[in-house]
Write a protein that binds this ligand. Structure first.
Ligand code: AVJ
Length: 315
């Protein structure tokens, strides 16, 4: 199945549903990638700075928690490599301390991988880097065909885009690949008050709004739809149990035609399209997700405000 086919089918499914939705992984086209880079630099988007602080100040302790012997060769696999700015601190520390490892960034976007590879190889001439293009689930089997000990990085609270059931399955699947005592470093945004969370998804400059709206623009451009962007508004919500959700809300009663489907979709006034979940966590929720997975929390690193946690999970 081609990627376009999936997009078309998923949009059909989501817009035909009783409660309309668009899957958040469609955010990340070229414009979406750029907008997310901008989001990470926003003052309201505390997640990036908090995790950057953890990696900057606690890399040495994080590395100790990996429980790796210095001469032992290992592979450091990063799922969803992003721009590598956080990982950079870890790599720097590992190299300075003479660890023997290969860094394997995995990303769906070859473009992102090229950018991060260039940057890191320039910064660290002695780094062994082998980028791997593909979707996490698909490349896992391939990655784990080598016998080398592994440490997996899954940071940035990327897990938060999955609902709890899917997150549980994902962690379980990862766990089955790990050998006893191998580690997963999991970066998660923690539950906190809505006064802090909501602005992170509703910034003053409107970048997150544009990020969300870009979905409609994409459907217009790629699938020949006639969404009028002004007729929808960006609406983030947060419940104190830790669910940040983003919606696109129809301002009026309207119809939208999608040419590639030859279908018309009706929207009531105030009808919502759910576009993203950004789950927030605590130890209890994570332990629930880890049930029956043979992974256990063995360490936890917090930023100075206790907003964000990098957990070490041990098989
Ligand atoms: C990349 C999934 C961690 O949910 O916080 C940022 C994406 N969406 N602003 C998040 C996002 C809107 C982000 N993650």
């Amino acid at each position: 199945m081609t990627k376009e086919n999936t997009f078309l089918e998923d949009i059909d499914l989501g817009l035909s549903s009783e409660k309309k939705f668009i899957s958040s992984h469609f955010f990340y086209d070229k414009i979406g990638d750029e907008l997310f880079q901008k989001i990470m630099e926003l003052p309201e988007y505390y997640l990036t700075n908090c995790e950057l602080e953890i990696f900057r100040d606690q890399s040495e302790s994080i590395i100790s928690s990996f429980d790796i012997i210095k001469d032992q060769e290992f592979e450091l696999i990063e799922l969803g490599a992003g721009d590598g700015k956080k990982t950079q601190y870890l790599l720097d520390n590992l190299l300075k301390n003479g660890y023997n490892f290969k860094y394997i960034p995995v990303d769906i976007s070859q473009n992102s991988l090229d950018v991060i590879s260039d940057r890191l190889v320039n910064l660290f001439p002695y780094l062994t880097l082998e980028a791997k293009q593909g979707e996490y689930f698909t490349v896992l089997d391939e990655l784990f065909s080598s016998e080398k000990p592994k440490v997996i990085l899954f940071i940035g609270s990327n897990l938060g885009n999955l609902n709890d059931e899917v997150a549980h399955d994902f962690l379980n699947k990862l766990a089955t690949h790990l050998k006893p005592n191998e580690k997963l470093l999991l970066g998660l945004d923690l539950i906190k008050s809505r006064e802090i969370v909501l602005p992170a998804y509703n910034d003053a400059q409107g970048v997150t709004r544009e990020f969300n709206m870009n979905l409609l623009k994409r459907i217009n451009e790629d699938l020949g739809a006639n969404f009028i962007l002004e007729n929808f508004k960006h609406q983030p919500e947060y419940t104190e149990e830790g669910f940040a959700k983003s919606y696109l809300v129809s301002k009026i009663k309207q119809e939208v035609y999608v040419k590639d489907l030859d279908k018309t979709f009706e929207f009531d006034e105030n009808e919502k399209i759910h576009t993203e979940i950004s789950r927030k966590y605590n130890d209890e929720i994570l332990n629930d997700l880890l049930k029956n997975s043979s992974l256990e929390i063995s360490d936890k690193f917090l930023d100075s405000k206790n907003y964000f946690a990098d957990y070490i999970l041990t098989k």
